[in-house]
Design a protein around this ligand. Structure first.
Ligand code: FE2
Length: 168
């Protein structure tokens, strides 16, 4: 008999699912932004990242199902002002995405704490696995961020990064 999730943990997972879907849409939006700015490699990088967020959301949903609970999806947060008011330069978009990755890391750090408090070992393992992936993600992103900074200093150089990101 599968033990059902405690309400506190179910709430935390539902919230995380919605954050993952929000991240999915943010990356999709960034992909479209870069496509419009003639940076197809950077655009494809963002679309790939979006798929990663999508699969995080799905694995959280599958986990809730496995525990015998009902997934109730929340509306993801889609911020349209990003494209109309906030994203003006390549660096600004990357800065936003990097922040999003950092927030996600903190989210799973917090989630792990709650699972530990609730003494739910299985959920704790789920969160620490995601936390581990998120850490790798952050490290890779840091490298990209330093390149974004360096390649933005000279006009035209960004195309090199665009080429790199196409195959990354
Ligand atoms: Fe994610």
């Amino acid at each position: 008999m599968v033990q059902q999730l405690k309400k506190s943990l179910l709430d935390v997972i539902q919230k995380s699912i919605s954050i993952e879907y929000s991240a999915y849409f943010t990356y999709r939006q960034a992909g479209h932004w870069f496509d419009k700015h003639h940076l197809p490699g950077t655009s494809s990088f963002c679309f790939r990242q979006a798929e990663g967020e999508f699969s995080h959301a799905k694995s959280l949903e599958e986990y809730v199902m496995k525990r015998g609970d009902l997934v109730i999806l929340n509306q993801p947060n889609i911020n349209q002002t990003l494209v109309t008011d906030i994203w003006r330069t390549n660096q600004e978009v990357f800065h936003h995405l990097f922040q999003l990755e950092q927030e996600n890391y903190k989210l799973y750090e917090e989630n792990s704490k709650i699972a530990r408090q609730e003494e739910d070992e299985v959920t704790l393992r789920l969160f620490t696995d995601i936390l581990d992936q998120q850490l790798t993600e952050l490290q890779e992103f840091e490298v990209i961020m330093s390149k974004v900074k360096a390649y933005s200093a000279v006009p035209g150089l960004f195309y090199h990064l665009d080429h790199e990101l196409r195959k990354a």
